[in-house]
Write a protein that binds this ligand. Structure first.
Ligand code: ZN
Length: 291
């Protein structure tokens, strides 16, 4: 796809992608049903053929809380227009990836979301999300920019702006792309009372997974809580965590946390090995200051 577009500069223009793939992207809201009044064939939700009652598609979307959908026979992408712009971008690109993976069409529409086995559904969604990340970061362009650089959350935000992507999705791709031990936590505020999901996603670089197999979400949250302030927006602090790797060596990670409008995000990466030879498990040294 990127070759077909002449290996473009970031940010990727999704309109050009639609043109290249001859896709028709339309927006809908669940209160305006114009899009759903057209006859849409070949889509089954359960045992009911949607084309007999196109409005069933709208009902199915609302019920399953889907934010976007790809309709193969019309080569049409439907996206919920009430999403914030950058989320529309992610969801639209996600449906583009479904559209180029022939086998996804069979899985999505030959069966429905409730009867499809969970494992199978997760597999194709993981494929679509992987493809979306690769597409919106223009594959190796992003990796060249990220690897070998010392990054702060602010740098990651700027990279996100360059590529036209959200801060959170950029952080996710950064951690996946890094060739050093690194992790990220995305969720709600780790310290505030009533915070429902302080670790919605725990993302680890390949080397982190290999070298810190026993380090858990709970360890990550404990490290973050040691320095994290109670503000609801802006920088929440930074600190160091001493973490034992699988060879029993003590290493130091630098952590930084920020609360933006949608999520609290933490980025952590290995900075150095300590000289200590005594393994004491995970301990945290936070100074509460912002890098
Ligand atoms: Zn999907």
């Amino acid at each position: 796809m990127l070759r077909g577009l002449g290996n473009p500069e970031p940010p990727l223009d999704l309109d050009q992608v639609f043109e290249l793939l001859k896709l028709d992207a339309q927006f809908y809201t669940t209160t305006e049903d114009g899009v759903f009044r057209e006859t849409i064939s070949r889509i089954k939700v359960g045992t009911i053929q949607i084309f007999k009652r196109p409005m069933l598609l709208l009902e199915a979307l609302v019920k399953s809380e889907l934010k976007a959908l790809y309709i193969p026979d019309k080569k049409r992408i439907l996206v919920d227009s009430t999403l914030p712009d950058l989320k529309v971008r992610w969801h639209t690109a996600h449906e583009v990836v479904h559209s180029i993976c022939d086998w996804h069409g069979d899985v999505l529409f030959g069966d429905n979301f409730s009867t499809l086995s969970q494992g199978c559904h997760e597999q194709i969604e993981a494929e679509a999300n992987y493809g979306t990340g690769r597409l919106l970061t223009l594959q190796d362009r992003f990796i060249q920019q990220v690897c070998g650089a010392t990054l702060t959350l602010k740098d990651i935000s700027n990279i996100g702006k360059t590529f036209g992507n959200t801060w959170t999705s950029t952080l996710w791709r950064v951690v996946e792309s890094l060739d050093i031990p690194a992790f990220a936590v995305i969720g709600t505020h780790p310290n505030r009372r009533g915070s429902l999901e302080p670790c919605r996603y725990f993302i680890r670089s390949r080397r982190f997974e290999q070298e810190y197999g026993t380090f858990s979400e709970a360890d990550a949250l404990a490290a973050i809580r040691s320095y994290c302030n109670y503000k609801t927006l802006g920088p929440l602090g930074a600190g160091e965590a001493q973490v034992t790797n699988s060879r029993g060596e003590e290493t130091i990670f630098l952590l930084e946390t920020f609360a933006h409008q949608h999520d609290v995000i933490t980025f952590a990466y290995l900075t150095r090995k300590t000289t200590s030879l005594i393994s004491i498990g995970t301990s945290i040294r936070g100074d509460g200051t912002v890098c």
